[in-house]
Design a protein around this ligand. Sequence first.
Ligand code: GTP
Ligand code: MG
Length: 299
Amino acid sequence: MKSGFVAIVGKPNVGKSTLLNMLLKEKVSIVSHKPQTTRFNILGILTLDDAQIIFIDTPGIMRKAKDMLDKSLLKEAFSSLQDADVIVMVVEPTYPTEEDLKVLEAVKQSGKPAILVINKIDTIKDKKELLPIMEHYAKLHDFKEIIPISALYQDGLDRLIEAIKKYLPEGDFYFPEDQITDKPLRVIVAEIIREKIYQLYHEEIPYATAVHVEEFIDPEEHPEENRKKVYIRAIIYVERESQKPIIIGEGGRKIKQLGMAARKDIEALLGKPVFLDLHVKVKPKWRRNEGFIRSLNRI
Ligand SMILES: Nc1nc2c(ncn2[C@@H]2O[C@H](COP(=O)(O)OP(=O)(O)OP(=O)(O)O)[C@@H](O)[C@H]2O)c(=O)[nH]1
Ligand SMILES: [Mg+2]
């Protein structure tokens, strides 16, 4: 038996979370077209016949931290390298940017076996363009393997899994075979709401928003509550009073749209009808508040 931890690292928006979901064939990590979607490390556990691969999806490593939230994202991403047995560094099919080089520096320093994944190859017409990029990366670091993939179109994923297995240590499974993530349901639900915020709102709003699930009552576990649906009360935190009406929208239309989109996904996840009760609160300068940031993924 082989088992171990595999950190998926890279600059923001390269497709780390997409890759995790596609490898697991389950959605455990949220995805958006905007950078800096993932805010904390999330485990995705893939149990095979002969191996358990525990992926760590991480926040994108950005060039410079502007506030406490950025610092916390970087801290999470770098800490995954300490925990990893194998590193999967994800890049786009281009020559390295400054951010890619910053990621590479951390990979080098970790001293761990690393596989380079060149993602989004569906976006390049002539696959020959990949060769000089692969050669360039091969000169920068002694990667165990360099594997071109398209996470979105599930191209090259089997090859990646086989490569990871080669470098995993021998050992017993860490998690029960049916467990797919370390995050409690409440955190996943808060993340689904945040994903819809990234999809529905623009500019600063997604970045100024945090979501916390305050109550989660499943009638199957609490028959005394006399409810028909799962009751979920979630707070959407914004930084300024002026952001509240933007979240709510004219006549409450925008938050209704948000609630409907999030509820659909949460119901699919739980397989039960849900009553989603959304509230908006102002938490001034929460992005500078370390304690608050930390509390968000520890419900
Ligand atoms: N064309 C194409 N797009 C992809 C592929 N993989 C991911 N994407 C897109 O890239 C964008 C970012 O994907 P994410 O998975 O959120 O990226 P991430 O690296 O987790 O981003 P952060 O969490 O912000 O660091 C989304 O719009 C994805 O649909 C791919 O193989 N091909
Ligand atoms: Mg992500």
